[in-house]
Design a protein. Structure first.
Length: 94
């Protein structure tokens, strides 16, 4: 593995970087707590659909819509599975 690739994969261990990561994690946890009802509504809908594996079209739509509304970029049809998706947020920086 190239030195540059290894550096990109390594976890910074300086105090400033760790503090920054801690603040990011705290912010994420706070956002989750503040939006708990959103997650409860989504899980209640998904539970009500009771779809079989690889046929969870309605469930995947609920999740993808929720993610898009909240600013995520959603890539659909991952791994040649119609209902699989990847959601990304941000620009790679906290």
């Amino acid at each position: 593995m190239e030195d540059q690739e290894q550096a990109a994969l390594s976890i910074p261990n300086n105090k400033q970087s760790l503090k920054k990561r801690g603040l990011v994690i705290m912010g994420i946890c706070q956002w989750i707590d503040e939006n708990q009802s959103l997650f409860t509504q989504a899980t209640d809908k998904i539970w009500g659909f009771a779809e079989l594996k690889f046929e969870e079209h309605q469930s995947a739509k609920v999740l993808k819509d929720m993610l898009r509304i909240n600013g995520f970029a959603v890539q659909e049809g991952v791994a040649d599975i119609e209902t699989a998706f990847i959601a990304e947020y941000g620009s790679g920086e906290p």
